[in-house]
Design a binder for this molecule. Structure first.
Ligand SMILES: *[C@@H]1O[C@H](CO)[C@@H](O)[C@H](O)[C@H]1NC(C)=O
Ligand SMILES: *[C@@H]1O[C@H](CO)[C@@H](O)[C@H](O)[C@H]1NC(C)=O
Ligand SMILES: *[C@@H]1O[C@H](CO)[C@@H](O)[C@H](O)[C@H]1NC(C)=O
Length: 479
């Protein structure tokens, strides 16, 4: 392990070194199913992908940390960080894309224990269990949901489906079952032990906030005394704010969220006529990067915002160096931005200390329209069972795969696209808003992009847990 670790620390000097280090590590470890998936993958030219949004509007100066007493105050400040320079409404990420899946409950340790302990045959890499190829199975053991709807104070209104009037519960009773193995049963106490003294941070758009809230709820469930976690400045989670830090007192750790829609920098530029317009600097990392730099576990995503109006049109919007492209295809811009992100990772992350995840594209399920044109998903109570939608893999994800593959720092792709493709039943749809007394649910504007919490994002966090468990058993695999 020391050898492997030090080898990798030199890896930045050259890809050849990285490949050699990874190959030797792989020779020792490849028989463990997830090892390949988790680390040496890019070096081995196996696919790994990540996705994230890095752009973040300028954030306000942070107030000094407040006493725990403040946490209860939940100072709800007016939106201090505009959602975006353009004041775009983010409540709905645009663009559907396919992908579903949830994890299951068998301990990874148990799965690993079943693996042969002898030297791995060379072909064993092909036999590894792909956690992301599988199916959703009915939870017959009553394990799910992992916390009761309405029990967790950190779910914001938009994802509180049951409190907003949703009545069916079947969508909460599925677990993800990879074809070749089982996921470890989520153990929040164990998770907190593993991140003791560390910073876990989610960086991305509102889909990542969705996952962040799920993580807070999963970990809260493990606390005998629920007052032992709090937002350090007393902020309540709303879509209007771009940075949250939750402290877990007994574990001396934090779980944070930083909003960054594109992972690269948003800005404004004054044109020849003296008008200023928004630009996206696809060759510069987002300003919020100073908040991620020293975190221990980073979970990125970006994707949904690349289909919004001016981002999709790409006219006089994308800037590289001093040049604003009169027109640039959004996919090309995405590729450049992801490369900017990847280069930042390689230059700023010490793989011996930090663990990087990229959470892949999460599917949307709009019928008869899109997020901004009347698409719907209400009345869906079951996952998709068959059809082409299940196999679709967005071109942006192929770019993510490519970028991760070329990096020297290992990035774990939480490849949730397929797993989420199945779950047309998991979105808030018409239950994204609390109803006033006597108000009727409106079918007009539906959220078929985000997910109810509890719900599908819990499974993404189970996948993170699975990765931590594996790392514990085979630390080399992450170096
Ligand atoms: C992610 O899953 C899709 C199937 O949904 C697959 O085609 C793709 O190769 C996977 N990516 C990686 C890097 O494993
Ligand atoms: C969860 O993890 C804790 C700490 O590692 C351990 O003591 C406990 O037995 C675990 N619970 C289950 C159900 O495995
Ligand atoms: C808490 O964790 C930080 C590192 O994040 C460390 O510097 C500090 O000493 C820890 N405090 C305690 C009481 O363990």
């Amino acid at each position: 392990m020391a050898t492997s670790s030090s080898s990798l620390s030199h890896a930045k000097r050259g890809r050849a070194v990285a490949v050699a280090a990874a190959s030797s590590a792989a020779a020792l470890l490849s028989f463990f199913l997830l090892v390949v998936v988790l680390v040496p993958q890019h070096a081995l030219n196996s696919p790994i992908s990540l996705s994230s949004d890095l752009s973040v509007p300028p954030s306000p100066p942070l107030p000094p940390p407040q006493a725990a007493a403040l946490m209860r105050v939940a100072a709800e400040k007016p939106v201090s960080e505009a959602e975006a320079p353009g004041g775009r409404d983010l409540s709905m990420p645009p663009s559907p894309s396919p992908s579903p899946w949830p994890p299951s409950e068998t301990p990874v340790a148990a799965v690993l224990a079943q693996e042969p302990a002898a030297a791995p045959p060379p072909e064993s890499r092909e036999r590894r269990c792909d956690l992301y190829q599988g199916r959703w199975e009915r939870d017959e053991e009553g394990q799910y949901p992992l916390y009761h709807p309405g029990s967790c104070p950190y779910v914001d209104e938009a994802f509180s489906c049951q409190e907003n009037g949703r009545r069916d519960l079947g969508y909460l009773r599925w677990r993800w079952k990879p074809h070749g193995c089982d996921l470890p049963r989520f153990n929040g106490t164990d998770f907190l032990e593993r991140i003791r003294g560390k910073r876990l941070i989610f960086i991305g758009d509102s889909m990542n906030r969705n996952q962040f809230e799920s993580m807070l709820c999963l970990l809260r469930e493990a606390l005998p005394d629920k007052s032992k976690m709090y937002e350090t400045r007393g902020y309540k989670i709303t879509k209007g704010r771009g940075y949250f830090i939750f402290k877990f007192v007994d574990y001396n750790c934090t779980v944070e969220f930083v909003r960054s829609h594109f992972l690269v920098r948003e800005g404004t530029r004054v044109n020849g006529q003296g008008n200023s317009n928004q630009v996206l600097m696809i060759d510069r990392i987002d300003k919020s990067a100073n908040r991620w730099r020293r975190a221990d576990i980073l979970v990125f995503n970006t994707g949904h915002w690349w289909t919004h109006g001016k981002t999709a049109r790409g006219k006089n919007y994308y800037q590289e160096g001093d040049v604003v492209y009169p027109k640039l295809d959004a996919i090309e811009a995405y590729r450049k931005a992801m490369n900017t992100w990847g280069t930042w990772i390689d230059n700023n992350v010490d793989p011996a200390k930090s663990l990087i995840f990229y959470r892949g594209y999460s599917a949307a399920h709009f019928r008869g329209g899109d997020w901004d044109s009347g698409g719907t998903c209400n009345g869906e109570t079951d996952p998709i069972k068959t059809g082409a939608f299940l196999e679709s893999y967005p071109s942006k994800m192929k770019i993510v795969d490519e970028v991760i593959n070329r990096l020297h720092v290992p990035v774990v792709l939480l490849n949730v696209t397929k797993l989420t493709n199945y779950r047309k039943d998991g979105h808030p749809s018409i239950y994204g808003k609390k109803l006033a007394e006597g108000e009727k649910v409106s079918k007009r504007r539906q959220d078929c992009s985000h997910w109810c919490v509890p719900g599908i994002p819990d499974s993404w966090n189970e996948l993170i847990y699975a990765s931590l468990v594996l790392k514990q058993h085979h630390p080399q695999s992450l170096r």
